[in-house]
Ligand binder design. Structure first.
Ligand code: ZN
Length: 325
Protein backbone atom coordinates (compact mmCIF):
# COMPACT_ATOMS: atom_id res chain seq x y z
CA UNK A 1 0.00 0.00 0.00
CA UNK A 2 0.98 3.64 -0.25
CA UNK A 3 1.99 5.72 2.77
CA UNK A 4 -0.93 7.96 3.81
CA UNK A 5 1.44 10.88 3.96
CA UNK A 6 4.20 10.68 1.30
CA UNK A 7 2.71 8.11 -1.19
CA UNK A 8 5.77 5.84 -1.00
CA UNK A 9 5.30 2.05 -0.98
CA UNK A 10 4.99 0.71 2.55
CA UNK A 11 3.57 -2.28 4.41
CA UNK A 12 1.70 -0.20 6.98
CA UNK A 13 -0.45 2.92 6.84
CA UNK A 14 2.59 5.16 7.26
CA UNK A 15 6.20 4.64 6.20
CA UNK A 16 8.83 4.85 8.93
CA UNK A 17 9.94 8.35 8.00
CA UNK A 18 6.43 9.79 8.08
CA UNK A 19 5.59 7.94 11.30
CA UNK A 20 8.46 9.78 12.95
CA UNK A 21 7.61 13.14 11.38
CA UNK A 22 3.92 12.99 12.21
CA UNK A 23 3.66 10.86 15.35
CA UNK A 24 7.19 10.72 16.85
CA UNK A 25 7.34 7.07 15.76
CA UNK A 26 4.00 5.84 17.18
CA UNK A 27 2.17 3.25 15.07
CA UNK A 28 -0.98 5.11 14.16
CA UNK A 29 -3.71 3.86 11.85
CA UNK A 30 -4.89 6.09 9.01
CA UNK A 31 -8.44 5.16 9.97
CA UNK A 32 -9.88 7.20 12.83
CA UNK A 33 -11.98 5.49 15.48
CA UNK A 34 -14.87 7.89 15.14
CA UNK A 35 -17.27 9.12 12.53
CA UNK A 36 -17.18 12.27 10.41
CA UNK A 37 -19.12 15.27 11.77
CA UNK A 38 -22.74 15.09 10.62
CA UNK A 39 -26.01 16.60 11.65
CA UNK A 40 -26.78 13.74 14.05
CA UNK A 41 -23.48 13.89 15.95
CA UNK A 42 -22.56 17.54 15.58
CA UNK A 43 -23.33 18.34 19.17
CA UNK A 44 -21.02 15.62 20.44
CA UNK A 45 -18.30 17.07 18.23
CA UNK A 46 -18.78 20.51 19.65
CA UNK A 47 -18.54 19.17 23.19
CA UNK A 48 -15.39 17.18 22.58
CA UNK A 49 -13.39 19.53 20.47
CA UNK A 50 -12.35 23.06 20.47
CA UNK A 51 -13.48 24.44 17.15
CA UNK A 52 -10.34 26.24 16.10
CA UNK A 53 -11.77 28.59 13.53
CA UNK A 54 -14.08 28.89 10.63
CA UNK A 55 -12.25 30.30 7.68
CA UNK A 56 -14.83 30.55 4.95
CA UNK A 57 -16.76 27.32 5.15
CA UNK A 58 -13.99 25.10 6.48
CA UNK A 59 -14.43 23.63 9.95
CA UNK A 60 -11.31 22.59 11.79
CA UNK A 61 -11.03 20.28 14.76
CA UNK A 62 -8.34 19.65 17.26
CA UNK A 63 -6.79 16.20 17.86
CA UNK A 64 -4.32 14.67 20.30
CA UNK A 65 -2.27 11.52 20.09
CA UNK A 66 -3.05 9.20 23.01
CA UNK A 67 -0.90 6.06 22.97
CA UNK A 68 -1.40 5.02 19.34
CA UNK A 69 -4.75 6.68 18.77
CA UNK A 70 -5.79 10.07 17.51
CA UNK A 71 -8.61 11.44 19.65
CA UNK A 72 -10.69 14.61 19.52
CA UNK A 73 -9.49 16.97 22.21
CA UNK A 74 -10.57 20.18 23.80
CA UNK A 75 -7.19 21.13 25.22
CA UNK A 76 -3.59 20.81 24.08
CA UNK A 77 -4.38 19.81 20.51
CA UNK A 78 -1.36 18.62 18.56
CA UNK A 79 -3.04 18.19 15.18
CA UNK A 80 -5.60 20.02 13.10
CA UNK A 81 -8.22 17.92 11.36
CA UNK A 82 -10.13 19.22 8.35
CA UNK A 83 -13.03 17.07 7.15
CA UNK A 84 -14.88 17.64 3.86
CA UNK A 85 -16.26 21.19 4.16
CA UNK A 86 -20.05 21.26 4.58
CA UNK A 87 -20.66 23.54 1.56
CA UNK A 88 -22.41 21.50 -1.09
CA UNK A 89 -22.50 24.32 -3.62
CA UNK A 90 -18.72 24.12 -4.11
CA UNK A 91 -17.47 21.84 -6.90
CA UNK A 92 -15.77 18.47 -6.20
CA UNK A 93 -15.97 19.21 -2.49
CA UNK A 94 -15.42 15.55 -1.51
CA UNK A 95 -11.92 15.85 -2.98
CA UNK A 96 -10.98 18.85 -0.81
CA UNK A 97 -9.06 16.89 1.89
CA UNK A 98 -6.97 14.99 -0.68
CA UNK A 99 -6.46 18.12 -2.76
CA UNK A 100 -4.79 19.79 0.22
CA UNK A 101 -2.75 16.70 1.14
CA UNK A 102 -1.56 16.17 -2.46
CA UNK A 103 -0.69 19.84 -2.95
CA UNK A 104 1.29 19.98 0.30
CA UNK A 105 3.20 16.82 -0.72
CA UNK A 106 4.02 18.24 -4.18
CA UNK A 107 5.26 21.44 -2.52
CA UNK A 108 7.47 19.56 -0.10
CA UNK A 109 8.77 16.64 -2.14
CA UNK A 110 9.21 18.22 -5.56
CA UNK A 111 9.91 21.86 -4.72
CA UNK A 112 11.48 21.50 -1.25
CA UNK A 113 9.09 24.06 0.22
CA UNK A 114 9.04 23.71 4.02
CA UNK A 115 5.59 22.43 4.98
CA UNK A 116 3.83 21.27 8.13
CA UNK A 117 3.72 17.42 8.29
CA UNK A 118 0.38 16.22 6.88
CA UNK A 119 -1.59 13.19 5.73
CA UNK A 120 -4.91 11.94 4.45
CA UNK A 121 -6.94 10.01 7.03
CA UNK A 122 -10.36 8.37 6.92
CA UNK A 123 -13.14 8.46 9.48
CA UNK A 124 -14.70 5.19 10.62
CA UNK A 125 -17.49 5.73 8.09
CA UNK A 126 -15.08 6.07 5.18
CA UNK A 127 -15.10 9.84 4.73
CA UNK A 128 -11.68 11.40 4.10
CA UNK A 129 -10.08 14.14 6.22
CA UNK A 130 -6.88 16.15 5.97
CA UNK A 131 -4.66 16.20 9.02
CA UNK A 132 -1.69 18.41 9.78
CA UNK A 133 0.65 18.53 12.75
CA UNK A 134 0.82 21.89 14.46
CA UNK A 135 4.21 23.52 13.98
CA UNK A 136 3.71 26.20 16.63
CA UNK A 137 4.08 23.86 19.64
CA UNK A 138 7.28 23.70 21.62
CA UNK A 139 8.32 20.36 23.13
CA UNK A 140 6.92 21.43 26.51
CA UNK A 141 3.56 22.12 24.80
CA UNK A 142 3.74 25.87 25.11
CA UNK A 143 3.38 27.78 21.86
CA UNK A 144 5.67 29.88 19.76
CA UNK A 145 4.42 33.39 19.25
CA UNK A 146 3.06 33.52 15.73
CA UNK A 147 1.60 36.39 13.74
CA UNK A 148 0.09 36.26 10.28
CA UNK A 149 0.59 39.04 7.76
CA UNK A 150 -2.90 40.44 8.18
CA UNK A 151 -1.95 41.08 11.81
CA UNK A 152 1.52 42.33 10.90
CA UNK A 153 0.03 44.75 8.35
CA UNK A 154 -2.69 45.79 10.84
CA UNK A 155 -5.52 44.54 8.64
CA UNK A 156 -8.73 43.44 10.33
CA UNK A 157 -12.40 43.36 9.40
CA UNK A 158 -12.88 46.42 11.61
CA UNK A 159 -10.19 48.48 9.94
CA UNK A 160 -10.32 47.19 6.34
CA UNK A 161 -13.75 45.56 5.93
CA UNK A 162 -14.76 41.98 5.19
CA UNK A 163 -12.14 41.43 2.52
CA UNK A 164 -9.25 42.51 4.72
CA UNK A 165 -7.32 39.29 4.07
CA UNK A 166 -7.06 40.27 0.41
CA UNK A 167 -6.05 43.87 1.05
CA UNK A 168 -2.32 43.87 0.34
CA UNK A 169 0.33 42.64 -2.09
CA UNK A 170 2.91 39.86 -1.91
CA UNK A 171 5.55 42.56 -2.19
CA UNK A 172 4.24 44.07 1.08
CA UNK A 173 4.78 40.68 2.77
CA UNK A 174 8.35 40.78 1.43
CA UNK A 175 8.90 44.27 2.81
CA UNK A 176 7.92 43.09 6.30
CA UNK A 177 10.17 40.04 5.99
CA UNK A 178 13.06 42.42 5.26
CA UNK A 179 12.10 44.39 8.37
CA UNK A 180 11.62 41.55 10.87
CA UNK A 181 13.51 38.45 9.73
CA UNK A 182 17.21 38.39 10.56
CA UNK A 183 17.99 35.89 7.79
CA UNK A 184 15.93 37.81 5.25
CA UNK A 185 17.45 36.68 1.90
CA UNK A 186 16.56 32.95 2.30
CA UNK A 187 13.13 33.88 3.68
CA UNK A 188 12.49 36.10 0.65
CA UNK A 189 13.49 33.26 -1.67
CA UNK A 190 11.13 31.00 0.23
CA UNK A 191 8.33 33.54 -0.21
CA UNK A 192 9.05 33.80 -3.95
CA UNK A 193 9.02 30.02 -4.27
CA UNK A 194 5.69 29.76 -2.44
CA UNK A 195 4.03 32.48 -4.54
CA UNK A 196 5.29 30.93 -7.77
CA UNK A 197 4.18 27.49 -6.59
CA UNK A 198 0.70 28.83 -5.84
CA UNK A 199 0.51 30.26 -9.36
CA UNK A 200 1.67 27.03 -11.04
CA UNK A 201 -0.67 24.87 -8.95
CA UNK A 202 -3.69 27.25 -9.25
CA UNK A 203 -3.99 28.20 -5.61
CA UNK A 204 -5.97 31.43 -5.86
CA UNK A 205 -6.56 31.79 -2.15
CA UNK A 206 -3.09 32.46 -0.70
CA UNK A 207 -4.19 35.55 1.21
CA UNK A 208 -2.46 37.53 3.98
CA UNK A 209 -3.44 35.08 6.72
CA UNK A 210 -1.85 32.18 4.87
CA UNK A 211 1.65 33.52 5.56
CA UNK A 212 3.02 33.96 9.08
CA UNK A 213 6.10 34.80 11.06
CA UNK A 214 7.09 32.86 14.16
CA UNK A 215 9.27 34.10 17.02
CA UNK A 216 12.04 31.60 17.76
CA UNK A 217 13.66 31.02 21.15
CA UNK A 218 16.71 32.89 19.88
CA UNK A 219 14.54 36.02 19.69
CA UNK A 220 14.60 35.98 15.88
CA UNK A 221 11.63 35.87 13.56
CA UNK A 222 11.36 33.30 10.80
CA UNK A 223 8.80 32.53 8.11
CA UNK A 224 6.63 29.60 9.24
CA UNK A 225 6.35 26.44 7.14
CA UNK A 226 3.77 26.69 4.35
CA UNK A 227 0.17 25.71 5.15
CA UNK A 228 -3.28 25.71 3.52
CA UNK A 229 -1.90 24.92 0.05
CA UNK A 230 -4.37 23.52 -2.47
CA UNK A 231 -5.49 23.82 -6.08
CA UNK A 232 -8.47 26.03 -5.33
CA UNK A 233 -9.51 26.05 -9.00
CA UNK A 234 -10.76 22.50 -8.51
CA UNK A 235 -13.48 23.86 -6.24
CA UNK A 236 -13.97 27.47 -7.31
CA UNK A 237 -13.04 27.58 -11.01
CA UNK A 238 -13.85 31.24 -11.60
CA UNK A 239 -11.74 32.74 -8.87
CA UNK A 240 -8.78 34.99 -9.76
CA UNK A 241 -5.34 33.45 -10.37
CA UNK A 242 -3.72 35.07 -7.35
CA UNK A 243 -5.35 36.09 -4.07
CA UNK A 244 -3.15 39.19 -3.85
CA UNK A 245 -1.40 41.22 -6.51
CA UNK A 246 2.29 40.37 -6.86
CA UNK A 247 3.18 44.03 -6.44
CA UNK A 248 1.46 47.37 -6.75
CA UNK A 249 0.36 47.93 -10.35
CA UNK A 250 1.51 44.50 -11.57
CA UNK A 251 -1.62 44.24 -13.68
CA UNK A 252 -0.36 47.18 -15.74
CA UNK A 253 2.78 45.31 -16.81
CA UNK A 254 3.38 44.97 -20.55
CA UNK A 255 2.83 41.23 -20.37
CA UNK A 256 -0.38 41.41 -18.37
CA UNK A 257 -1.74 44.20 -20.56
CA UNK A 258 -1.34 41.99 -23.65
CA UNK A 259 -2.37 38.58 -22.30
CA UNK A 260 -4.58 39.26 -19.30
CA UNK A 261 -2.57 36.96 -17.04
CA UNK A 262 0.90 36.89 -15.51
CA UNK A 263 3.90 35.33 -17.22
CA UNK A 264 7.56 34.83 -16.53
CA UNK A 265 8.47 38.52 -16.93
CA UNK A 266 6.03 39.54 -14.17
CA UNK A 267 7.51 36.98 -11.81
CA UNK A 268 11.03 38.19 -12.64
CA UNK A 269 9.90 41.76 -11.90
CA UNK A 270 8.50 40.50 -8.60
CA UNK A 271 11.83 38.75 -7.81
CA UNK A 272 13.61 42.05 -8.47
CA UNK A 273 11.34 43.87 -6.03
CA UNK A 274 12.18 41.24 -3.41
CA UNK A 275 15.85 41.87 -4.19
CA UNK A 276 16.53 38.24 -5.05
CA UNK A 277 19.69 37.28 -6.90
CA UNK A 278 18.51 37.13 -10.51
CA UNK A 279 20.12 33.77 -11.26
CA UNK A 280 18.49 32.19 -8.18
CA UNK A 281 15.07 33.38 -9.34
CA UNK A 282 15.70 32.18 -12.91
CA UNK A 283 16.78 28.76 -11.60
CA UNK A 284 13.65 28.50 -9.44
CA UNK A 285 11.40 29.29 -12.40
CA UNK A 286 13.28 26.73 -14.53
CA UNK A 287 12.67 24.09 -11.87
CA UNK A 288 8.93 24.84 -11.93
CA UNK A 289 8.88 24.56 -15.72
CA UNK A 290 10.75 21.23 -15.69
CA UNK A 291 8.70 19.45 -13.04
CA UNK A 292 5.52 18.57 -14.94
CA UNK A 293 6.25 14.83 -15.12
CA UNK A 294 7.08 14.56 -11.43
CA UNK A 295 3.82 16.32 -10.56
CA UNK A 296 1.83 14.10 -12.93
CA UNK A 297 3.17 10.96 -11.28
CA UNK A 298 2.25 12.21 -7.81
CA UNK A 299 -1.25 13.25 -8.93
CA UNK A 300 -1.70 9.74 -10.39
CA UNK A 301 -0.87 8.19 -6.99
CA UNK A 302 -3.29 10.47 -5.16
CA UNK A 303 -6.76 9.56 -3.94
CA UNK A 304 -8.45 12.28 -6.01
CA UNK A 305 -11.37 11.22 -8.19
CA UNK A 306 -10.46 10.71 -11.86
CA UNK A 307 -12.26 13.89 -12.92
CA UNK A 308 -10.39 15.93 -10.29
CA UNK A 309 -7.07 14.38 -11.36
CA UNK A 310 -7.77 15.47 -14.94
CA UNK A 311 -8.73 18.96 -13.90
CA UNK A 312 -5.73 19.30 -11.57
CA UNK A 313 -3.41 18.42 -14.46
CA UNK A 314 -5.25 20.58 -16.98
CA UNK A 315 -4.83 23.58 -14.68
CA UNK A 316 -1.15 22.69 -14.23
CA UNK A 317 -0.54 22.55 -17.99
CA UNK A 318 -2.35 25.89 -18.48
CA UNK A 319 -0.23 27.59 -15.83
CA UNK A 320 3.06 26.12 -17.06
CA UNK A 321 2.14 27.34 -20.56
CA UNK A 322 1.54 30.83 -19.17
CA UNK A 323 4.93 30.88 -17.46
CA UNK A 324 6.66 29.53 -20.55
CA UNK A 325 7.20 32.81 -22.34
ZN1 ZN B 1 5.64 8.23 4.14
Amino acid sequence: MLCSSCYSETKEHFCRKCRIKLFDGAKVSSILRFKAPKEDNFETYQQHTKRLSISGVQLKYSLRLETNNLVLSQKNGQYILKPIPPARQIQAIDDAPENEHLTMQIAEQIFKIRTAPNALLYFEDGQPAYITRRFDLKTNETKYLQEDFAQLLSRSSDSHGQNYKYDGTYEAIGTLIKKYVAAAPPALEELFKQITFNYIISNGDAHLKNFSLMLLETGEYCLTPAYDLMCTKLHTPYESDTALELFEDCMNSDFYSIYGYHGRSDFMAFAKKLQLVEKRATDMLKKFMASENQIISMVEKSALSDSSKNLYLKNLRDQIFRMGY
